[in-house]
Ligand binder design. Sequence first.
Ligand code: FAD
Ligand code: NAD
Length: 465
Amino acid sequence: MAEYDYDVLVIGAGPGGYVAAIRAAQIGLKTACAESRETLGGTCLNVGCIPSKAMLHASEYFEAAAGGAMAKLGIKVTPELDLDTMHGQRKDAVKQLTGGIEFLFRKNKVDWLKGRASFEDAHTVTVAGKSYTAKNVVIATGSSVTPLPGVEIDNAKGVVVDSTGALELASVPKKLVVIGGGVIGLELGSVWRRLGAEVTVVEFLDQLLPGMDGEVRKEAGRIFKKQGMELKLSTKVTGVSVKGKKATLTLEPAAGGESETLTADAVLVSIGRRPNTEGLGLDKIGLTLNPRGQIETGHDFATKVDGVWAIGDVIPGPMLAHKAEDEGIAVAENIAGLTGIVNHDVIPGVVYTMPEIAGVGLTEEAAKERGAIKVGKFPMLANSRAKTNHEPEGFVKVIADAESDRVLGVWCIASVAGTMIAEAALAMEFGATSEDIAYTCHAHPTHSEAIKEAAMAVTGKPIHI
Ligand code: FAD
Ligand code: NAD
């Protein structure tokens, strides 16, 4: 009889966990994955990346029709919002994709252990009252919404909601206040603004999108304002009270000062996410958390407890699905004795608004701190495809080491920046210089030519400006 029930037991079936489980099974390891949700796919497929993109895509078309962008192309339409159908297509995308993971589990012979898992010891996990042993356990429990003290979220009532509630609002709120001008606030704020809501974003810091390049953050603020969002920067929410279907928020300058009130039909709390570790029984295996509540691992994703590994949102690093997926592949390969590596210096990030905002590598500020740099910039206004498509907003910025010319970071604001940034990530992964990008033939007319031109601008020689 085998010493353990499984070679690998993964806790959590989000992009980190399900990918780890599938790769482990592909390698030939006997694998199970515990998931407490009704469906596989984690935050990303159920209430995150996928449903938010379904609403962003649909609302983008609505706005293009309602806001005159289509009329500019010679297409006259007067759109009518059918929110139920819009929600229906969102639910359908989620159903198909989560069902797809179930199919992949069956295909790869990964056992889905249905229920909430917790450790008994480092090699024994209980799921729905039953114990399973495994030589290796991978913690991939993801993250949940960070609550705002004193503010009660009630997604069912639909007045004060988190991202899950904001995806499902049954009607377009007349006034929506978004607390937190990060990725979720701007994406979901954009959805409801496009569908007709007056949106106010309250952000604690003096700019939106912390972590992104300074110039990109500033330009993003200008664009969202131009689109009609009201931005209250350097402002904190000190309280939210709800009466019936209306909320009243009390705001104060972040540095302290006179307070003001705002009323809203809906309030989205999007001030970040925190790792899921509660109820896992980490005390039973002697695993402690860092001050941010995360599980620390080595580069191989092993924790300090033998046989226990961790990946995804529950460990340090950006909370992104593709980062979790890559860590899922790497951890499975490391468990199998192969070499699984994730280059955390090259993880692209994308905000799926219109225009999209994307970056990979160092910001200009961080690069300057490390040494001398050269920067090349190219405006989308001068890119023939963007101009033809009536998408003039944004720019591309390439940051390179002044001496070696090696690319340290690339930032884009453009309608398809999320697609464009893949090229920059690949170039950086291969240690490209700005000259390498500048001398790579790019198809014409494409938005990606702006990356080539920004790379040419590093040496002061762009052609089209
Ligand atoms: P998760 O996806 O959170 O999965 C963890 C799973 O573990 C969950 O299903 C949970 O039920 C399960 N679980 C937890 N504890 C237990 C337990 N004890 N037993 C059994 N099961 C357990 N990222 C992007 O890259 N692109 C995007 O466009 C994007 N959009 C987003 C939009 C929104 C609204 C949100 C909220 C997030 C978005 N993200 C996006 C972030 C992305 O969803 C996460 O980074 C990603 O899902 C993390 O993957 P994970 O596998 O670490 O964890
Ligand atoms: P975030 O960290 O992106 O933004 C939170 C914002 O809230 C920050 O700007 C922060 O300064 C602000 N804030 C914090 N406390 C505040 C307060 N009391 N009052 C006002 N503002 C306050 O977090 P998020 O938008 O909630 O997203 C959570 C995670 O999900 C992110 O880490 C992100 O990586 C991930 N996500 C990614 C995508 C994507 O890749 N497109 C989309 C959605 C979510």
